[in-house]
Design a protein around this ligand. Sequence first.
Ligand SMILES: N=c1c2ncn([C@@H]3O[C@H](COP(=O)(O)OP(=O)(O)OP(=O)(O)O)[C@@H](O)[C@H]3O)c2ncn1[C@@H]1O[C@H](COP(=O)(O)O)[C@@H](O)[C@H]1O
Length: 108
Amino acid sequence: MQDVIKALYQVVLERKAQPQEGSYTCYLFEQGVDKILKKVGEESSEVIIAAKNGENHDTANEICDLLYHLLVLMAEQGISVEEVNAILEQRRQKIGNLKQFHQTDHNS
Ligand SMILES: N=c1c2ncn([C@@H]3O[C@H](COP(=O)(O)OP(=O)(O)OP(=O)(O)O)[C@@H](O)[C@H]3O)c2ncn1[C@@H]1O[C@H](COP(=O)(O)O)[C@@H](O)[C@H]1O
């Protein structure tokens, strides 16, 4: 999934640098941050509705729409995939260490 996200983010960055006719990504950049935020909000709601309906395939599709719009938001704000990755990795290690610490604490 990480490779696909990186590849999609590259396309989004390319669209930002080189506007193309008929590109939805370029349309979002032209409209600006408020439009991108509105789409992130809409797509989040659609994920919630699909999940409540219990249709996993629909939910997965809505998650893809949300991820795409989040990547557009990241590009608009100048946040790289590597930055998000690094934060997730730090949390994974920190929370993993904390769990280990509590387990050792309980067992001693
Ligand atoms: N992953 C996506 C992706 N997910 C969703 N969408 C678009 O997001 C839009 C969301 O649909 P909506 O009905 O909510 O919105 P709308 O009514 O079309 O438009 P507005 O509400 O924004 O006015 C649709 O037009 C989808 O085509 C995407 N558009 C592009 N991508 C990727 O971005 C790449 C570049 O696309 P272009 O920029 O269009 O060349 C593509 O190859 C894809 O990989």
